[in-house]
Design a protein around this ligand. Structure first.
Ligand SMILES: [Zn+2]
Ligand SMILES: [Zn+2]
Length: 316
């Protein structure tokens, strides 16, 4: 897959803060990369949102949790109950900070399974800062986030940096079509049928950093997010309050739309998507406040689908 292709996609399943509204379910979203899918958070009602989104449950076996507040985890009870009864899934992995994981353990093993041995393998993975998953062409990393509960994490989905293949160089060297080009892309020296040896150096350009999607759940500060968000192609972050109620935002460990916009500006991100929207405001109030600071902003709605590309995000 070359540059400019879609590297990551994100589908919002729920975009409301604390309690659902008529229009918005509780927090949950799916990040997709080819066949890979990651569910981030599962507020109450997530199961039905998954069905309504058309994504279905298939391959939704890796769940990342930002923190242990109930509006982000209660949906795991229903979801796991369905998974263990009906779905053809042999294992489920849930990754969260330790205190969130303790609560999730109570919910799943204490309430949902209540001592029964689960028919699928359920792994609870305690998060630490650093690499969580490594796939062939991308990684998922966790980083700490400050909110009013311990062990909160955000996630970076990042394409592994690669050196692009230069077709004009290959033409100039008269490398014939065949397996040789693929091997050169993979960094292997090849011997051509005419006996010449070609080094990858001869056909590969400068290393290009990978496309990066940074996801932050609930957060009460932005200063410690600046480095991780710097240069992200897309930043997803909460915007629970407006600047007019900044003291409430501070009191409850949340951000205002302006603070989120300011972070996006300071970090030089390609696009900003705001979520975790309070029922106390209209969507356009949140949008306008953020837009005054950072123009490339969306306020996510349930079932919104975005493509993350190099330097931008597009709503589809
Ligand atoms: Zn929340
Ligand atoms: Zn919270």
């Amino acid at each position: 897959m070359g540059r400019g292709f879609i590297l990551f996609e994100i589908v919002f399943l729920g975009t409301s803060a604390s309690a659902p509204s008529i229009q918005r379910g509780l927090t949950s979203q799916v990040v997709l990369h080819g066949e890979h899918r990651f569910l981030i958070d599962a507020g109450e009602g997530t199961q039905r949102q998954i069905l309504q989104s058309g994504l279905g449950f298939k391959r939704l076996d890796r769940i990342l949790v930002t923190h242990g507040h109930l509006d982000h985890i209660l949906g795991l009870g229903g979801l796991i109950s369905t998974f263990v009864r009906w779905e053809a899934m042999d294992k489920i992995l849930i990754a969260a900070g330790q205190s969130a994981l303790d609560r999730i353990q109570d919910l799943i093993f204490g309430v949902v399974l209540k001592g029964k041995y689960p028919p699928v393998e359920i792994t609870l993975l305690p998060l630490e800062e650093g690499r969580v998953f490594t796939e062939r062409d991308f990684t998922v990393q966790a980083f700490p986030v400050s909110h009013r509960t311990p062990d909160c994490y955000g996630f970076v989905f990042e394409e592994i940096a690669r050196r692009p293949f230069l077709p004009e160089q290959a033409e100039a060297l008269e490398i014939p079509p065949g397996p040789w080009r693929g091997e050169l892309v993979n960094g292997c020296r090849v011997e051509l049928p005419d006996g010449r040896t070609i080094d990858p150096e001869q056909v590969l350009g400068e290393e290009v950093p990978g496309t990066r999607l940074v996801h932050v759940g609930d957060a009460g500060r932005t200063d410690n997010l600046l480095e991780v968000a710097r240069g992200a192609d897309t930043l997803v972050i909460e915007a629970t309050y407006l600047e007019a109620e900044k003291d409430l935002a501070e009191q409850f460990g949340h951000l205002t739309a302006q603070q989120a916009g300011q972070l996006a500006l300071d970090a030089g991100v390609g696009g900003l998507i705001l979520t975790h929207i309070s029922r106390r405001y209209r969507e356009d109030q949140i949008l306008e406040e953020a837009q005054q600071v950072f123009p490339q902003v969306y306020v996510a709605r349930d079932f919104d689908h975005f493509q993350v590309k190099r330097g931008e995000c597009l709503k589809v």
